[in-house]
Design a protein around this ligand. Structure first.
Ligand SMILES: Cc1cc2nc3c(=O)[nH]c(=O)nc-3n(C[C@H](O)[C@H](O)[C@H](O)COP(=O)(O)O)c2cc1C
Length: 171
């Protein structure tokens, strides 16, 4: 029985989602892929570009992924919430790879509103229901990643990983 392979894919503009992704990778011994966005998103104009991309449900131009999600049993995708939606780079990634996921999980960081809508959008973009999902407020992240929702997320994922053999995951 081989150990299920886990990939964590995320985008982070200001580092919050990266902290969550890194903590998750440590706990789950996962490979990590950070999505590289080709648009300028720094400063006020960059912020505005993010908002407009979200309103228009645009997908960003991103650097092609280095790791193939079809080689993993479980892919966990993380995004910051932008204007109540998925970030444009993660939207692009999910649409590009939606036929290559076996099992997915989603996580997002946010200021206070719109996380549920962003998670629902991820489900629809991936074309698959997540085995688990998690939303963590940026303010909670500043106090450390050991939030109740993060611990719950990790617990559900660990139970899934423990109970599925490589054969079961392939079904
Ligand atoms: C353009 C933009 C729009 C945002 N819109 C929302 C929002 O609708 N709801 C919310 O709760 N937080 C919103 N935020 C806050 C981010 O989701 C939050 O700070 C997140 O943790 C940033 O993650 P990052 O540091 O990985 O980029 C927004 C941030 C940006 C830059």
């Amino acid at each position: 029985m081989s150990k299920p392979r886990v990939l964590i894919v995320f985008f982070s503009r200001t580092g919050t989602t990266r902290v969550l992704a890194t903590a998750l990778a440590g706990v789950l011994s996962a490979d990590v892929e950070e999505i590289c966005d080709l648009s300028e998103r720094r400063g006020a104009l960059g912020y505005l570009r993010c908002v407009i991309d979200s309103w228009r449900k645009r997908r960003a131009e991103i650097v092609p992924a280095g790791l193939d999600p079809s080689q993993y049993d479980l892919v966990l995708v993380g995004t910051p919430v932008w204007a109540g939606a998925v970030s444009a780079p993660v939207r692009a990634y999910l649409l590009q790879h939606r036929s290559r996921f076996r099992h997915v999980g989603f996580f997002c960081t946010f200021g206070g509103l719109g996380a549920e809508a962003a998670l629902e959008e991820m489900h629809s973009l991936a074309g698959k229901a997540p085995v688990a999902q998690c939303k963590v407020r940026a303010a909670e992240m500043q106090r450390g990643v050991a939030t109740a929702s993060f611990e719950l997320f990790v617990g559900v994922l660990e139970r899934h990983l423990a109970h599925y053999t490589a054969l079961e995951w392939a079904c």
